[in-house]
Structures are given as C-alpha cells and as structure tokens.
Design a protein around this ligand. Sequence first.
Ligand code: 13P
Length: 344
Amino acid sequence: MDSEKLHETAKALVAEGKGILAADESSGTIKKRFDAIGVESTEKNRRAYRDLLFTTEGAADYISGVILFDETIRQSTEDGTPFPKALDKAGIIPGIKVDAGAKPLALSPEETITEGLDGLRDRLEEYRELGARFAKWRAVLPIEGEHIPSDYAIWTNAHALGRYAALCQEADLVPIVEPEVLMDGDHTIERAYSVTSRTLQAVFTELYDQRVDFEGMLLKPNMVLPGYDAGEQAPHDEIARATIKCFKRTVPAAVPGVVFLSGGQSDEDATARLNAMNALDEELPWQLSFSYGRALQAAAQKAWSGKAENREAAQRAFYHRAKMNSAARTGAYAPEMEREAVTA
Ligand code: 13P
C-alpha cells in the first residue's frame, strides 16, 4: 500500500472548487434514466451518452474525478481512446463502482446488504490496470417507522464497507465509502439526524477496526433533512446546520473530504444546500464537496434525449451544473447564477 499516493489522490478529488461526477449507474439504473427521456438503453447509446459527458470541454475546471461502471471503464471515446485514458488526459481522475448492488438481508428481508466482496481483490487489480485510481461502494439504509434501519442492517453494511475499503487501500485505490441513509419517506429531520449519526458511528468504528487509513479515503453521505414526503421541507440553512452538527460528532477530522450524494434532491436544492454548508461561519476539518449523479446529469440527459444533434446542448447543461456546484464549494453560489449565460 502506497499511503502517500492514496493521500494525494484523496486530496486531489476534493481540490478547491472541484467535485466528482457519479456516472456509475448500473445497467438497471441507466435504463430507468433513459426510459425517462425515451431513449433505448443499448450499449451504443450508453457509450454515446457517457462520451458526451466525459469529453465536455472545460469540465476539468470543476470536475476532479468521474466514477465509472464496469461496462463504461472498458468503453472508448469516438476516436477510440479508452474512457479512463481520455479522462486522465483531460486532468480528471477515473474511478470505478465496485459493489454488486443491494440484496435482501438474510432474516430481515425488508432491509438490504450490499454484496460484491467475493473476488473483490482480483477485480480491484484489474480495475487499477484499466486506469482506475479510486473506487466506490454504496450501502443503502432506508428509514421506515421506528425500527428500520435495524442495528443489524447498519452494522452488517458497515462491516462490508470496512472490508471493501481495506481491500481498496491495499490495491492503492482510494475508497469512497458511501453509507446512504435514504432521504425518501415521511420522517422528521431529527430522525434523519439520529439514523445518520448511528450509521456514521458504526461505519467509522468498522473502518478503524479494519485498519483503514482515514487520510486515504473519502466519505460519501446523505444530507440530514426531513424525508421528501414529510410535508414541509426545512430551510437550506437548517439542513446545513443539522448535517454539519452530525458530522462533527461522527466523522474523524483526518478524513480529507466529504462528497455528498444528491439522492433525488432537485438540481438546485442539491447545489444550494452544499453552498449553505460551505457558507456557514464554522471551521471545518474536511472539504465539503459533491459526488452527484442525478443532480449533475438530469438536465444534460433531458437536453440530449438520445439525439446526436443535441450533444452540444447537453454538454452545456452538464457544464453549467458542474460550474454551479463548484461555486457551492466556497459558498459563492447564488440562485441568480442559474440564469447567467453559459458556454461549454
Ligand atoms: P445521486 O447523486 O443521483 O444520488 O447518485 C450518486 C451516487 O453515486 C449514488 O450511489
């Protein structure tokens, strides 16, 4: 394990003004996204779509890294350059999703455990040879009533995250550790706070026990907010304060960065809330950045709609969201900026 290289990569992924594009949708998820814009999910269409994202001129000003899916890391740009190589050439760090998805948890079938540990050491080796320098594993924890997630689901998922993260570091890949407490549901912000706190405590206990080097990893969490069906949403400032309070008590200062998932928030909410956190008058030990999937891509997907002639409009939409989220990294974002003219 090359600790120095891991620390350097982790820091580069949360470099000033930059964040991560999560373009690692599994075959099932990308089909859902394509269905929504009336595009057939063929290998050719998926390649064309990822191509337009990855070759957007100037994206590297705001995007530090891209998370790829197994199919995508093996695909190439129009001119035949493998995607990882093209990204690297543009100054963007290639990464890879390595979990095999959330499956029913034994004896608690309404909850899930993320699988993918079998054979992971060999797969990491192959991904590194294909150009990956960091990896991602997502655990999924929905909030339902008073008893879900159970401690059982929290601890088994935390243990798997620990095993994944240790294997990644051994392979010189920076692990992005993603325990996603779902923001769907009608729970209160207080319940989101307590479940997220419990989850992060368990995750960092497992990471510590499994000898994970905190300086060589990133955390990818949800924000702490009321469930989407809870009725009235909290103001951005309240969400920012609750999220930061939770992290200050659970996330070690040695972790270089927290890169949020967007998890179904609107594009502008995801940006405004990240901005609100970075605008708080508080000294924080970690960089607060983004690793958004939907919140960086939804507008681009709509603009593209599967048509080659819309490629540039889609790139403009993606570039714009990347730029807005970059501004949110320093608390400099304002909703008026959404209306500014943008050029890709
Ligand atoms: P969203 O930002 O769409 O939640 O996706 C991020 C991600 O990588 C989920 O694993």
